[in-house]
Design a protein around this ligand. Sequence first.
Ligand SMILES: Cc1cc2nc3c(=O)[nH]c(=O)nc-3n(C[C@H](O)[C@H](O)[C@H](O)COP(=O)(O)O)c2cc1C
Length: 221
Amino acid sequence: MNIIEAINNRHSVRRYTDKKIDENIKSELLETINECNKEGDLNIQLCTEEPKAFDSFIAHYGKFNNVRNYISIVGKKGKDFYEKCGYYGEKIVIKATQLGLNTCWVALTFSKANTICEVKDGEKLCCVIALGYGETQGVAHKSKPIEQLCKVNGEMPDWFKKGMEAAALAPTAMNQQKFLISLEGNKVNAKALTAFYSKLDLGIVKYHFEVGAGKENFEYF
Ligand SMILES: Cc1cc2nc3c(=O)[nH]c(=O)nc-3n(C[C@H](O)[C@H](O)[C@H](O)COP(=O)(O)O)c2cc1C
């Protein structure tokens, strides 16, 4: 599965089977996590065979079942923390999808106190991503039309349209899609609108946009 196919096939999955994550798959995923930690100066951790974070009233209320693996998105607090967490977290989600795993970003419906990740002084646990083999592959979310998610003067170039199609497939908190991507010449601006978790969403959306549009086709302004 290539990255674009993974972007198309990824849907949130909240119910998982008992199947353990294969050791080879785990080490491939860890490689991507290590790369992201290095590039983004983050402390993202893979937590496996640990059911407690999703064994609470709030997690079951949030429709989660049998989550025993998750990725903890941890990093130094500071400027662009949420956007960076979104960007690199989604890079890992797409890699997990390519490896045949299912995922779900979770900011609210898990037990923060029960997570086993390490959070050092000056760091913060942003959220987690549930991980494993899903009972189903999930379903595609309803999306706003692309025209509502971007601002373009004149004709929309093909690369920009492809970027927007990938951005519209990005997971966002409560499927809110509170972002706006503008094009001026070959310069692109992506901004978060006012909403809960919209900065985290923005990083996720920017990763999708870059994959769809091709980084070589534009610069951010
Ligand atoms: C930042 C973020 C936080 C989320 N938090 C939760 C959550 O706490 N509980 C939950 O069930 N789903 C959560 N989701 C999953 C979204 O509801 C889901 O991504 C959205 O409805 C779009 O569906 P899709 O991922 O299947 O495309 C979250 C998603 C994102 C991006």
